[in-house]
Design a protein around this ligand. Structure first.
Ligand SMILES: [Zn+2]
Length: 320
């Protein structure tokens, strides 16, 4: 396993900040972003005002719009000053020039191939191991990815998203064991605004097989989609893989499309599901309320009954 240590990654980021004006100005801008927190029962949700994210939040990701533009993750279209770290398994690690996190990377596959979770879940686990100390995250083509046509992950420092620090407490106090079979342990999380399951395993291949079972079930719920709507976050710590999956039912909440004062330009992706809502407009940052947050997560997450059935059926499938 190729290990990329933190010092090398930080040196790479520093080099890009020094030599690439876009990265330089946007990482400087990040120092001034505003953040606030909303406290819920035993957990928190952060809101970040980040004007540089407007492009990504408001990105048109329908087929037509995507076909019209040059893919910004393909090597031949990347800015000349954007350099890369070549990774194993046909991936390149790039500095994300529109950061949310202090160390924000995009990990793009070297081929132009559709964003796809299930064929790359093993890669995701391996990347998390290579990048220990970072969270690797995935946005589905209709769940926050601004390049749905080019397979990629993102990575950022651990402990930025509340889920990173809340996980074990949450699991102890509110998590419910779905199944444990000696190879992987699956928990479900209710009362967390968004619906989430976690998979923990010692081996990447067990993360893959547990995810596959879930995925096949999710696929049946949304048969007309290119892939079922979801976000995922993977970390590797203390020789253990941990994967969080957020099954979704909607790309963008009604507030995104509302007009006038009712509009909140929020388009949730993995970071938002991990507990940091990104608002590129100051007025949204100022006016967002606890009720808005509850409503947004509720709209984009699977419904209670569907989630219950998913977890229930998963237990049965594992036992077969
Ligand atoms: Zn591409």
């Amino acid at each position: 396993m190729q290990k990329i240590n933190k010092e090398n990654l930080q040196a790479f980021l520093q080099e890009q900040k020094e030599n690439w004006p876009l990265a330089s100005s946007n990482y400087k801008g990040l120092e001034k972003v505003e953040e606030k927190e909303f406290q819920f029962e035993g957990f928190k949700i952060k809101v970040q005002f980040n004007p540089k994210r407007i492009k990504s939040t408001a990105a048109k990701v329908d087929k037509k719009a995507i076909e019209k533009r040059d893919c910004f993750l393909c090597e031949q279209n990347r800015p000349e000053l954007q350099t890369k770290i070549e990774l194993e398994n046909n991936y390149s690690l790039l500095v994300n020039p529109f950061p949310i996190l202090k160390e924000h990377f995009t990990i793009a596959k070297n081929d132009h191939t559709n964003q796809n979770f299930i064929d790359h879940i093993g890669d995701m686990a391996n990347l998390a191991e290579s990048l220990e100390g970072y969270s690797v995250f995935y946005n589905g083509p209709k769940s926050g990815a601004s390049a749905p046509d080019h397979m990629h992950f993102q990575a950022g420092e651990n402990d930025f998203m509340p889920i990173d620090t809340e996980y074990f407490d949450r699991k102890k106090n509110y998590g419910k064991l779905v199944t444990w079979n000696g190879r992987f342990e699956v928990y479900r999380f209710n009362h967390y605004l968004r619906k989430m399951i976690s998979i923990e395993a010692d081996r990447a291949q067990d993360i893959v097989s547990a995810s596959q079972i879930f995925y096949r079930y999710l696929e049946k719920l949304q048969p007309n989609e290119q892939e079922p709507l979801l976000n995922a976050i993977c970390v590797y710590k203390n020789k253990k893989y941990r994967l969080y999956i957020f099954p979704r039912k909607l790309h963008r909440p009604s507030q995104f499309f509302a007009e006038g004062n009712g509009q909140l330009l929020i388009s949730p992706g993995a970071v938002d599901m991990g507990g940091v809502l990104i608002t590129p407009r100051k007025e949204d940052f100022d006016k967002i309320t606890k009720e808005d947050i509850i409503s947004i997560y509720k709209q984009v997450s699977l419904d209670d009954l569907v989630f219950d059935k998913l977890c229930h059926d998963f237990t049965k499938l594992v036992m077969i």
